[in-house]
Ligand binder design. Structure first.
Ligand code: NAD
Ligand code: SF4
Length: 427
């Protein structure tokens, strides 16, 4: 399957300077926008995206066309926000697109804005992405000069400005309601949904929040059609996907492949496999928030439904690989510290629970673990997950609960011996 696949989102990256508008145009860039504003109604663009079955690439996999269709038709201004606050551990695909193929993202934003009738579009960019910010600003200036962005796009009646807003380095601002609050100048604190941003988003108005990679899929859907897009990869999760692979592989990096490519193929054919003589201990298929899979799951198709059936989530498709040299308790500690640090503090189970998890794990790693620590750790996930405003708390215990499922003996040995045994105890 992957042999016949030609990259769509990353085509040309590394070979040509796509960030220059004339290079992007020479590859057919902005032709989809031209086609849309000259030959298609906004409803036709929306229908094409709905029919393509494009699903959100930020992590949740929600159908994009359906999300757009939730906007109420009540005359209020509508906003489009491109979520470029990529912060999920092990995920670096949006950064690649923003830095190396910015016009594809801009074209996707303009097409989505045209389809939903947006009054203004915003890019909420992760604060640390300084290079992406500069590249994007230069690309936007070029796109405005060529009438792809701004007033009366390509001489049509469609006008849309794009504003780039830089975040300040908080993971929680990637959560859409936290993002919208931050974009309005408030604290980056999530709120309960519903109401969803579709009905009460930016400034209380109907708002669509789409991920960078999701929007980058739209130009090819408009130019090549929904049927073509839907034919790529898994029928229920079609299209290209950029898998960010990191950890114990010989060629870490971003690999664009059809959704549904087997995990084994991604790791061993594309990412170079493991160092000689090493064995896979655990894989997080969907970034730091996802539950681990083990060697037994290597044949899982990497699409939203199949990974969920295997007991984890595709999420942002940040694939993190641990091998037999890695200590599962140390890895759990590193992630627990991250999520405890990034908790916004509104919900007690998240604010207190994640700190407790980190504290207990820190103690075990330092050699001072107590026998009862295992039961404490086992009881934490069910007391935290599903009891909070946003999914950060669930994310913070994803690795912990799944690693206790597969490697509880390693935790126990750590406590008993006061040190790591670095052996896999896969159940
Ligand atoms: P979600 O399932 O709550 O929502 C998905 C999207 O669909 C949202 O935009 C939501 O507004 C919309 N939606 C869902 N139901 C709706 C309805 N009935 N009406 C209107 N709109 C509706 O998921 P989420 O909390 O937005 O995202 C969670 C995911 O984010 C996780 O799976 C995680 O993998 C991912 N994540 C990604 C990053 C990253 O850097 N890419 C970071 C953290 C988390
Ligand atoms: Fe904040 Fe955590 Fe509650 Fe999310 S779950 S709102 S990050 S305290």
């Amino acid at each position: 399957m992957a042999g016949a696949f030609e990259p769509i989102l990353t085509a040309g990256i590394g070979r040509m300077a796509l960030e220059r508008i004339e290079v992007y145009e020479s590859q057919g860039g902005y032709e989809a926008l031209r086609k849309a504003v000259r030959q298609m109604t906004p409803q036709a663009v929306q229908k094409e995206v709905t029919d393509s079955n494009l699903r959100g690439r930020g992590g949740a996999g929600f159908p994009t066309g359906r999300k757009w269709s939730f906007l109420p038709d009540d005359g209020r201004p509508r906003y489009l926000v491109c979520n470029a606050d990529e912060s999920e551990p092990g995920t670096f695909k949006d950064r690649l697109l923003l830095e190396r193929n910015p016009h594809l993202v801009i074209e996707g934003i303009m097409l989505a804005g045209y389809a939903i009738g947006a009054a203004r579009a915003f890019v909420y960019l992760r604060g640390e992405f300084r290079q992406a910010y500069e590249v994007l600003q230069r690309a936007l200036a070029e796109a405005r000069r060529r009438s792809y962005v701004g007033d009366r796009v390509l001489g049509s009646d469609f006008s849309l400005e794009i504003v780039v807003h830089r975040g300040a380095g908080a993971y929680i601002c990637g959560e859409e309601t936290g993002l919208l609050s931050s974009l309005q100048g408030g604290r980056g604190e999530p709120r309960l949904k519903p109401p969803f941003p579709a009905t009460a988003g930016l400034y209380g108005q109907p708002t669509v929040v789409n991920n960078v990679e999701t929007l980058a899929c739209v130009p090819s859907i408009v130019s090549r059609g929904a049927r073509w897009f839907a034919s790529i990869g898994s029928p229920k999760s079609p299209g290209p996907k950029i898998f960010s692979v990191s950890g114990r592989v010989r060629r870490p990096g971003n690999y664009e492949l059809p959704l549904g490519t087997p995990l084994r193929e991604i790791l061993f054919e594309h990412a170079g496999g493991l160092e000689p003589g090493r064995r896979i201990k655990a894989v997080q298929p969907g970034g730091g928030s996802s539950a681990i899979l083990t060697e037994a799951h290597l044949d899982v198709a990497m699409d939203f439904d199949s990974v969920a059936q295997a007991g984890s989530m595709l999420g942002s498709a940040g694939v993190i690989v641990l091998d037999d040299r890695d200590c599962i308790v140390e890895a759990a500690q590193v992630l627990a510290e991250f999520y405890a640090h990034e908790s916004c503090g509104q919900c007690t189970p998240c604010r207190e629970g994640l700190h407790w998890a980190a504290r207990v794990l820190r103690r075990i790693v330092a050699g001072g673990g107590r026998p009862e620590d295992i039961e404490v750790l086992q009881s934490l996930p069910s007391r935290i997950a599903g009891r909070t405003i946003c999914p950060l708390a669930d994310a913070g215990v994803g690795f912990l609960s799944s690693s206790l499922k597969y490697f509880v003996d390693e935790y126990r040995a750590h406590v008993t011996l006061g040190r790591c045994v670095r052996e896999a105890y896969v159940a």
